[in-house]
Design a protein around this ligand. Structure first.
Ligand SMILES: [Zn+2]
Length: 74
């Protein structure tokens, strides 16, 4: 999976967004027609959302390890 800079004039794939895509998410072995095209604005919004989700996941994982540590003490 790669994210490439889109130079063709393709519309952003996000719902009602009308911007031109500045980036494309390009999985291995997939044609350009199946890329996910994102404008700069949506890319940044998505980055923020992904960051929050992954941070939450990492945190909760860490927490469960800490809890296990406490249980071992008791
Ligand atoms: Zn967009």
């Amino acid at each position: 999976m790669k994210v490439i800079i889109q130079t063709n004039k393709i519309k952003c794939d996000v719902g009602n967004c009308r911007n031109l895509a500045g980036f494309s998410v390009a999985p291995e072995g997939v044609g350009a027609g199946q890329y996910i095209n994102l404008c700069d604005e949506c890319m940044r919004a998505l980055y923020g959302e992904i960051g929050v989700l992954l941070a939450k996941k990492r945190k909760s994982k860490k927490k469960s390890i800490e809890q296990r540590g406490q249980n071992d003490k008791v």
